[in-house]
Each structure stands twice: as structure tokens, then as C-alpha cells.
Ligand binder design. Structure first.
Ligand SMILES: [Zn+2]
Length: 68
């Protein structure tokens, strides 16, 4: 499935990266209708951007195909 041109639902940042979309799916569930950029996602979840980057690395090391 191709997910092109997804914009942040909060700040409107355009064309979220594959990793950004992937972590939204992981953290918000795969039926989420809103996707956030790293900054807004961190805000929303009340964590730091670094926490989210660590999560992405963790999922990547598990071989999750949502990430690159
Ligand atoms: Zn945003």
C-alpha cells in the first residue's frame, strides 16, 4: 500500500516521511485517521522527539516494514 502526501493533522507539515507515518501507525493504531509529524506526535503523546526516534529505531531493529 502506498501512502503518499500525508500531511500532519496538527501543524499541516507536508509529506510526512515513511518513518513518521510508520510510527503514527504503531503508536496510534493502524486505523488512525490522523497522522502527525514528529514534533506534534511527541506533543500529543507528551513524550520527547528523542523518545519517538528511539521507538522508530527499536521497531526498525525488529525488522518492521513500516520503517526504512
Ligand atoms: Zn506537525
Amino acid at each position: 500500500m502506498k501512502r503518499n502526501k500525508i500531511n500532519c493533522a496538527s501543524c499541516g507539515k507536508e509529506s510526512l516521511t515513511k518513518n513518521e507515518v510508520g510510527i503514527n501507525i504503531k503508536l496510534l493504531g493502524d486505523n488512525t485517521t490522523a497522522y502527525y509529524c514528529m514534533d506534534c506526535l511527541a506533543d500529543y503523546l507528551e513524550v520527547t522527539v528523542q523518545d519517538i526516534e528511539d521507538k522508530i529505531e527499536e521497531f526498525k531493529s525488529e525488522g518492521c516494514k513500516l520503517f526504512e
